[in-house]
Design a protein around this ligand. Structure first.
Ligand SMILES: [Zn+2]
Length: 221
């Protein structure tokens, strides 16, 4: 795959930044695509831009404002509070079919720039209720995209079976643990790096990091 080109779906968060570094190891040429759909914080786009710039990859930003029309929820409207799913329900940040839309646009972009590979940081392990993050969906979509454009796309999901601690481990294996920790944005309050420390995204991220540090200590003993 060393001679081939890839497009990474890129938000500037921990997961997609780890995927970006994974892709840079696998492919000759990598470009990233960020979807701008009036995120809770414009910081997210700025953060993605800064990382793409730092790493030196071509950055495409696609305006997906239409999602805002379709999904009035906490991610796209500032006046609705973010809550975790109750009773196993979907979190209030849920945009139905978001990954379906994003990956379809990523594939169109990939066909335009001559990329065969598409990388996404979706994950089934820390399953948060998003059906279009599941492996079965990704495989099904891969077939559909190839049929729709008569292209041999390959969708890669390096994080699909990793938990949060293992995602940190992957960043460490790629020698970018500190870079990912300091430059990515996960926090719902828009604070880069370790974030506010209190929102659900920060808590999940920190737990994963601490678990990974623990794993590392134990393996060194
Ligand atoms: Zn936070």
């Amino acid at each position: 795959m060393k001679n081939e080109k890839a497009v990474v779906v890129f938000s500037g968060g921990q997961d997609s930044t780890t995927c970006l570094f994974w892709a840079l190891k696998q492919f000759k040429e990598v470009e990233v695509v960020t979807f701008d759909y009036n995120q809770r914080h414009a910081t997210e786009i700025e953060c993605a831009k800064a990382i793409a710039n730092e790493v030196g990859v071509r950055h495409h930003i696609l305006n997906m404002d239409l999602l805002n029309q379709l999904a009035p929820n906490a991610l796209t409207r500032n006046d609705i509070e973010i809550k975790d799913g109750e009773n196993g329900g979907l979190p209030s940040t849920f945009v139905p079919g978001r990954n379906l839309v994003f990956l379809s646009f990523a594939a169109i972009l990939a066909s335009q720039v001559g990329a065969k590979h598409i990388i996404t940081g979706v994950c089934e392990t820390d399953f948060s209720g998003y059906p279009d993050c599941r492996d079965a969906f990704i495989k099904s979509l891969n077939v559909t995209l190839n049929l729709s454009m008569d292209q041999p796309f390959v969708i890669h999901t390096p994080l699909m079976w990793l938990n949060k601690a293992e995602t940190w481990e992957l960043a460490d294996q790629l020698d970018v643990l500190d870079f990912v920790r300091e430059n990515t944005l996960t926090c719902y309050d828009g604070i880069i790096g370790d974030g506010c420390g209190e929102c659900p995204a920060c808590v999940l991220r920190r737990k994963g990091y601490e678990t990974y540090q623990q794993m590392r200590k134990e393996s060194q003993q």
